[in-house]
Write a protein that binds this ligand. Structure first.
Ligand code: GTP
Ligand code: MG
Length: 345
């Protein structure tokens, strides 16, 4: 799963990326290479932490997501290279500048939000118009034509695709077009160091709410500093700022939720682990994430809600208490299920 960091030049994409990944990257206006920065980040998960404390396993593995710093904007605004780079990611996070830059200019996050929205709507319209024209000419697929005409008129109303109501089948039909405004979008308001404990400006929160978009407030510069500290120092520093955890932890969790993934958990003395799966995945398919043999030879899943396991301290006492459920192949795995698969190959 890949998430693209997008936004206007100097909004702080590379700084956010550095803070998330702990990688040292070049920041500052014009500091960018031709290759997008790529980095993989653990999704902080207190459930995995608790299980790991209980089992003291040899290995603890968190879910991961990959962030890509699509810092390819050339001058003012968003250019074509940046727009094209967005097509290959699963979701977008737009970094909005709300701190004064080196030139002393205040940020205008609402303008940046609207600006990128307009650019991406226009880029999508271009794709859709071309396809509509083709389909009208060769009359090969009236079904798809009708759908694309609906999409076109929605975009022409200056609305992003994600606000158009679509059936599962229609979403599938459109997937191949990789339309930018159909991708899940999370907003990151990058504020000045002295504004992290303050509420986000009302104009920004209402712009996010109107569009049904998530909003995370952080100061990338501060998060970058936090990322350089060891764990104990981090906690101390974060609480001295009046926060409970680094904002980047909240951000990564929000990004994970954005792509509609949930975590199946496995726990034991060898490994405690979170397995990212799509919401609605049936047990055998979820088992296949661990190993294809387990999917092939699936017999049943033994499931305990993670809180029960932590509370009762062992699988055996969960069994005794009747909170270990035996589920078959139609069971849909839920977020936070600790699962043990029985299989036979
Ligand atoms: N004061 C302050 N400065 C920041 C913050 N975040 C980023 N900056 C500074 O703003 C400048 C631009 O940040 P970058 O992370 O390079 O921005 P970018 O979006 O990657 O920029 P381009 O790659 O040029 O599009 C750098 O000088 C950063 O140090 C912040 O939270 N507070
Ligand atoms: Mg950059």
């Amino acid at each position: 799963m890949k998430i693209g960091l997008v936004g206007y030049p100097g909004s702080g994409k590379s700084t956010v990326f550095g803070a998330l990944t702990g990688l040292v990257v070049e920041t500052g206006y014009g500091a960018r290479s031709d290759k997008a920065n790529l980095g993989t980040v653990k999704v902080p998960d207190p459930r995995v932490e608790a299980l790991s404390k209980l089992y003291e396993p040899k290995k603890t593995t968190y879910a991961e997501i990959t962030f890509s710093d699509l810092g390819a904007a050339k001058s003012e605004g968003i250019d074509r290279t940046a727009l094209n780079a967005m097509r290959s990611v699963d979701a977008l996070c737009q970094v909005l500048r709300a701190f004064p830059n080196d030139a002393g200019e205040e940020g205008d996050p609402c303008r940046e939000l609207e600006g990128l929205e307009t650019e991406t709507i226009l880029a999508d319209l271009e794709v859709v118009e071309q396809r509509v024209e083709r389909l009208r000419k060769d009359r090969s697929n009236p079904n798809e034509l009708a759908l694309l005409e609906r999409v076109q008129s929605h975009l022409e109303d200056a609305k992003p695709l994600r606000s158009l109501e679509l059936s599962e089948a229609e979403i599938k039909q459109l997937a191949g077009y990789a339309l930018l405004t159909g991708k899940p979008l999370l907003l990151v308001l990058n504020v000045a160091e002295d504004a992290i404990a303050q509420e986000a400006p009302a104009a920004v929160t209402s712009a996010a709410r109107e569009r049904g978009l998530g909003l995370v407030v952080l100061s990338a510069a501060v998060e970058m500093d936090i990322a350089q500290l060891d764990e104990a120092e981090q906690l101390e520093f974060v609480s001295s700022l009046g926060l409970e955890e680094p904002a980047s932890d909240r951000f990564v969790r929000a990004a994970f939720a954005l792509i509609d993934l949930i975590s199946m958990l496995t726990a034991g003395p060898d490994e405690c682990r979170a397995w990212p799966i799509a919401r609605g995945t049936p047990a055998p398919k979820a088992a296949g994430k661990i190993h294809s043999d387990i999917e092939r030879g699936f017999i049943r899943a033994e499931v305990i809600a993670w809180q029960e396991l932590i509370e009762r301290g062992s699988e055996a006492s969960c069994r005794d208490a009747g909170v270990l459920r035996v589920e078959g192949k139609d069971y849909v795995v839920q977020d936070g299920d600790v699962v043990n698969f029985r299989f036979n190959v």
